[in-house]
Design a protein around this ligand. Structure first.
Ligand code: HEM
Length: 562
């Protein structure tokens, strides 16, 4: 029989088989407990009532059914077997060094207000204009297989595919960052993530680091408050934090902080709610986003910017570029820009989200970035880590490709795409290779920011007394601190309590007292657990050469000791 005949027969059999299955399964959706995430495969089958085609090997030649099993066969002559293990063995790429765990979706941004006075960026100009985008949500410190519920800041990265190139805004769920100096990044991450010996998160290293670098305390206060565990990604605000310089078509500059405000309403989980949910669904955050979008409840965020003029920025009594603090009340005004809507789940998470490379250095004309050191440091970190994680041509991966690009970059590890075909590969050239543009509006003055290393505890004091809106929230904050300090060892514990006293005496005292109570309770629980462990437990009866266990019937190898 020829290959063509064989393929046709297989196709016919497959069509008959699958038609029967479709009939049998036609009532599936009557089961109302199926969430969109549960019925993904069924949805696929509804869209594709027949098999989507013939199965091929990696080189495109058809798979013959006898090659799909290997017992008692010549595996070295079975190309499908070789394809199978060699592709599977290489399925993993390095996960992100931070923000590894996450999910994402596609959507669009729509301009709702005229902001041409502040920025000439095409993406934010022209009321009603829509720009496609991809957004990724993550939690900051978990590995790929971590949990959705830890108390930590979340990420929301947005890549706008604009006519002027990709604009990436990488945001956090809290409006301040932990430090100003980019060199601290690695040390913070080492202190806050898994201990090299125990592989466990270690509260002592966290508080050791914070007390030795007390400037971190403000960002950490946000994480220890209700803002530390949002109720899913849809219900959190998100902030790029840095103070960006923007310029209009006359070359006039303003300084702005962007804010994404959730239209779903900010909602949080208490420690108890998070623990209860975690026991039922380790993937609550990812599931929530997928289900909402699939059900047509498209999550949306309003984008606005807090603005200062170049005149204002030099006259405020604080450093407006300092990412560890908020801008003070009454020193800026807020301008709405537009609305981001996520209306399409990705079809393939690895292709569209795992391979996405967001980089704060991806800016467009009219948005210059921030002159301060952390931003400049980040421009290098992201490119470097993505070169390692995805390869040097990661901007040629589908999800990262700008709408338009003509470069002098060539070769290297795939994907090289068309590799600019036969165009000149050097600049300048006399043979019509791509030319640079002239942007007369681009500001010619560069602001230089001199930053201070001084530790200012005032923002943390302000947070405790004014951002925490009432005493109930303050008490939850205190309880979280006290519980987090229970496993912390001396002298770090004493130093942490001292730092809290220095921020605010009331805070220091209340955390110390609650900590004493929790410590006593933890010791009592340990004693109770020790007592309980003395109670005999059911034993496992292993199979031995001496025959079946005494009370074993029906072949069971377990017996309960009474
Ligand atoms: C010195 C400061 C910082 C450094 C060195 C740094 C470094 C990194 C690195 C290496 C990644 C992984 C990127 C990848 O593998 O694709 C990452 C991800 C991320 N960072 Fe930062 N970061 C810094 C500060 C910040 C700040 C201030 C923000 C937000 C305001 C931020 C938001 C994010 C987000 C949202 C992601 C996840 C990106 C994604 O979804 O793929 N980071 N960061």
């Amino acid at each position: 029989m020829s290959t063509k005949n064989a393929m046709n027969i297989m196709k016919a059999i497959a069509v008959c088989l699958f038609s029967v299955i479709i009939l049998v399964e036609s009532n599936e959706y009557l089961n109302v407990t199926y969430q969109p995430a549960h019925r993904q495969l069924l949805d696929f089958k509804k869209e594709h009532p027949y098999p989507i085609g013939l199965w091929t090997k990696n080189a495109g030649d058809p798979v013959e059914i006898r090659d799909t099993t290997t017992i008692n066969s010549d595996v070295f002559n079975n190309q499908l077997f070789i394809d199978t293990f060699s592709t599977f063995d290489g399925e993993r790429i390095p996960e992100r060094v931070v923000h590894a765990r996450g999910t994402g979706a596609f959507g669009y941004f729509e301009v709702t207000h005229d902001v041409s006075k502040y920025t000439s960026a095409d993406v934010f100009n022209g009321v009603g204009k829509k720009t496609p985008l991809v957004a990724r949500f993550s939690n900051a410190l978990q590995g790929l297989g971590g949990t959705d519920f830890p108390r930590e800041h979340r990420g929301m990265s947005v890549k706008f595919y604009t006519k002027e190139g990709n604009l990436d805004l990488l945001c956090l769920s809290i409006p301040v960052y932990f430090y100003r100096d980019p060199i601290f990044f690695k040390h913070l991450l080492h202190a806050f993530t898994r201990n090299p010996q125990t592989t466990l998160f270690n509260p002592t290293s966290v508080f050791d680091f914070i007390t030795l670098r007390p400037a971190f305390i403000h960002g950490f206060f946000w994480v220890m408050s209700d803002f530390g565990i949002p109720d899913g990604y849809r219900k959190m605000d998100a902030f790029p934090i840095h103070t960006y310089e923007v310029s209009n078509k006359h070359g006039e500059t303003h300084y702005v902080r962007f804010n994404f405000r959730t239209e779903q309403g900010v909602a949080i989980l208490t420690n108890e709610e998070a623990a209860a949910l975690q026991s039922q669904d380790l993937e609550y955050f990812n599931r929530d986003l997928y289900n909402a979008i699939n059900s047509g409840e498209y999550p949306a965020w309003k984008l606005e910017m807090d603005v200062m003029t170049p005149h204002d920025i030099q006259r405020v009594d604080y450093d407006p570029f300092d990412v560890t603090r908020l801008w003070k009340n009454g020193t800026f005004f807020t301008v709405p820009i537009g609305r981001m809507v996520l209306n399409k789940n990705v079809e393939n998470n690895f292709r569209d989200i795992e391979q996405a490379a967001f980089n704060p250095g991806h800016l467009v004309p009219g948005i210059t970035g921030s002159p301060e050191g952390l931003f400049r440091g980040r421009r290098m970190f992201y490119r470097d880590t993505q070169n390692y994680r995805l390869g040097r041509n990661h901007n040629n991966i589908l999800v990262n490709m700008p709408l338009y690009s003509k470069t002098y970059a060539r070769d290297g590890k795939p994907p090289t795409r068309l590799n600019m075909k036969n165009a000149p590969n050097y600049f300048p050239n006399s043979f019509n290779g791509p030319l640079p543009c002239v942007d007369e509006q681009r500001p010619w003055k560069k602001l230089q920011v001199l930053e201070s290393n001084a530790v200012d505890l005032e923002p943390a004091w302000y947070f405790y007394n004014f951002i925490l809106e009432d005493d109930a929230h303050r008490q939850r904050f205190i309880n979280t601190w006290a519980a987090a300090l229970v496993p912390v060892t001396p002298p770090v514990l004493q130093r942490t309590l001292k730092l809290l006293h220095q921020v605010d005496n009331d805070l220091g005292m209340r955390v110390a007292v609650t900590h004493e109570i929790l410590l006593a309770r933890a010791m009592a629980q340990q004693a109770a657990a020790r007592a309980a462990s003395a109670v005999p437990r059911p034993k496992r009866n292993l199979i031995t050469s001496e025959g079946p266990p005494e009370h074993d019937n029906m072949g069971s190898v377990y017996k309960i000791e009474l």
